[in-house]
Ligand binder design. Structure first.
Ligand SMILES: Cc1cc2nc3c(=O)[nH]c(=O)nc-3n(C[C@H](O)[C@H](O)[C@H](O)COP(=O)(O)OP(=O)(O)OC[C@H]3O[C@@H](n4cnc5c(N)ncnc54)[C@H](O)[C@@H]3O)c2cc1C
Length: 319
């Protein structure tokens, strides 16, 4: 019986393992599989208990000795660990960090890479991913010695499968020049959760009329532990940053609940959120496209509905 070693590229937020990694571990589990978490320049000890709960049997604590984010060095370190521990498959998140690291790792290993997978068959080396604004689902077969996958956050519901993991320290000292130097990394300052990893998203569109009015969405989001997204119109108008754009040319999200406020529901917007488990629309136009494609809607002026929603959320919180 051949045991496959499946590497999981672990991401952290505020020192804790991101929840989306647990869905990733759940997707990777199976008979004859040995799950190896790759923790780069972060604390494996902190991550141990949470990763063990989802079936991770080994944690490789990779230390590059570098301060801060350096995808060139970190990807080289992951490849070194990959070879040393005979890992055959690597799964990471299709997140901003994953988009920086996974292609570099695949290039170094000369391995096939598919990002934004919605299903992964690790035995058959086949994945599913949506194409053409979600109109078709492609099944792609990979060939090679190593396989790299970027999974869409939240496509697999995390299920626990407790085990015990050992931690192996792995120092990567071969810091060859990378041809460039990261001079500065700036945060956007709001510390927001990456949209694709949120369980609840409330998004605003042209109906919001200004960036200032997005404050109403942020206030409701705080009450619901939600993230705030936007349509492309809101981004193109400069009301909110591009990182908040949901859709064909923005982030693809898969939350439990998606609330679209003052958004008409264009095909390009739908391409990014139609897999949400529940879609709720707030729109003054009962004939807007989104009304026919959602689970619940409220027809009315968002400037009346949002303050009422905020009031109700406040009351709910206060019990
Ligand atoms: C190649 C390409 C890629 C694109 N990619 C994306 C993408 O990634 N994401 C994206 O979102 N779009 C994308 N678009 C743009 C897309 O086609 C639409 O133009 C856009 O989604 C519309 O945004 P909206 O719904 O905010 O605005 P609108 O379509 O103008 O809708 C505004 C809605 O607000 C409602 N409204 C107005 N006032 C109120 C009020 N007071 N109360 C309640 N409701 C109100 C209106 O009834 C209307 O339904 C793309 C387009 C192209 C061509």
């Amino acid at each position: 019986m051949i045991i496959q070693s499946i590497g999981l590229l672990i991401e952290f937020k505020d020192g804790r393992v991101k929840k989306a990694n647990f869905g990733m571990a759940t997707a990777a589990r199976g008979e004859n599989r040995h799950l190896i978490a790759l923790v780069v320049d972060a604390s494996a000890a902190e991550a141990k208990a949470s990763l063990e709960a989802y079936g991770v049997a080994r944690i490789i604590n990779i230390c590059t000795g570098k301060q801060g984010w350096d995808p060139a060095i970190q990807s080289a370190a992951v490849v070194a660990a990959f070879e040393q521990f005979e890992i055959t498959n690597l799964i990471g998140l299709t997140s901003p960090a994953g988009r920086e690291l996974l292609p570099r790792i695949a290039a170094r290993l000369d391995a096939p890479l598919i990002m934004d997978c919605t299903e992964i068959d690790l035995d058959g080396h086949r994945v599913k991913t949506s194409q053409y604004s979600g109109k078709t689902i492609a099944t792609i077969a990979l060939t090679g010695r190593h396989f790299i996958y970027g999974i869409r956050a939240n496509v697999v519901t995390p299920k626990k499968a407790p085990t015990e993991a050992d931690i192996i320290e792995f120092a990567f000292e071969e810091n060859r020049g990378t041809g460039y130097q990261v001079l500065e990394t700036r945060s956007d300052g709001n510390g927001a959760q990456y949209l694709a990893e949120s369980d609840i998203i409330i998004s605003g569109g042209r109906g919001l009329k200004s960036g200032e009015n997005f404050k109403m969405l942020f206030e409701c989001a705080r009450e619901m532990n939600a993230s705030v997204g936007a349509s492309r119109v809101a981004v193109d108008n400069g009301w909110v940053p591009y990182a908040m754009q949901v859709g064909q040319t923005g982030v693809k999200v898969n939350p439990k609940v998606y609330i679209a406020v003052g958004i008409s529901g264009s095909v390009q917007h739908f391409a990014g959120m139609k897999t949400a488990k529940m879609i709720i629309a707030i729109n003054s136009d009962a004939n807007a496209a989104i009304m026919a494609n959602c689970d619940y809607y409220a027809v009315g002026d968002l400037f009346e509905i949002l303050p009422e929603l905020k009031k109700q959320l406040d009351e709910h919180r206060q019990g």
